[in-house]
Design a protein around this ligand. Sequence first.
Ligand code: NI
Length: 377
Amino acid sequence: MATETITEQEHLTQIRHYLHQHPELSDQEFATTKYLTEKLRELGYRIITPAGLKTGVIAEIGTGKPVIGLRSDIDALPIQEATGLDYASANTGVMHACGHDFHMTALLGAAEKLAAEQLTGTVRVVFQPAEETHVGAQEVTDAGGVDGLDAIIGFHNKPDLPAGTIGLLAGGLMAAVDQFTVTFHGVGTHAAMPQLGADPVVALAATVGAVQSIVSRNQDPQQAVVVSVTHIEGGSTWNVLPETAWFEGTVRTFDQKARALAQKRFIEIVNGQAAAYGVEAEINWQTGPDVVDNDPRLTKIVAAESRQHFNVVAPTPSSAGEDFAYFSQRIPSVFAFIGSHGNSDWHHADLIIDDAGLVPAVQWYYFNAKRLLSELA
Ligand code: NI
């Protein structure tokens, strides 16, 4: 019987299609964790997942310093897949619509290459859970999963870049994410007699417009800032002014000063509008992931290595958030974009990404892991 040999591309494609077919939601990645753990064990990795982590895998190979972390996220989204692919999701209502299957495959592929080498130092692979809910990196950090790392690198696939093109820049690559909810408490009354109440709907309508002045009048025009009100609720019928009206939304920034200023002005404007319309404002501000902030020195090293193998471009920063920021606030780190040549964008039910990006993504981890081991020795 002839021995069938498959190319690296075919091998990686098989892994990705398997993972794509079996997506799991954030913090419920039990089968994915089992699959990754078995693969890493077979490759000779020491599994060092802290007891505090329910899902996700952390494993090491090599010994001594430096210790270089390579990170991939592993979770999928609550989206019903609409690609029609023969390897489409087998789990109803769950889809790898952000390409974390691509990230896992790339890191497994790099883990395999690194396992075949004599390393000077240690490589730690960090397969983290729950990126989509922005809690996984913190769970890993709290459990001690990134303790002792000298550097950590990771990437997100980018459907609008050609397969294998690398996007790199020092500083803010992905935005800090804040979330707000506001309830205006007024006095309900008959719609025909507004003078007897205090109308929270008019206050809300004025406020939705007013908070846009945070971007246009308060921030430095050179700073990218987004304020979006995404959801409003109030009232129940046509002839009654309600007692309360509510809205929520998000603020995206790339700089600590811009972030603090946005929050300060938001609270001032909302309270000011409430006073102007004679209602009370109840503001709830939730701080999400920080900006993904690439270390300038490490970025220089990774960019130099990457340019030897790939087309490297300076990408437009993304106002989406990425919880890799929890690592980048604590450990010198570099986060890149790697082209995945998609037909659509992140979080779309019809997103199909190109397996041709896998080999370059494997190589990106592999070459940079080796480069950082020698540079930080
Ligand atoms: Ni993602």
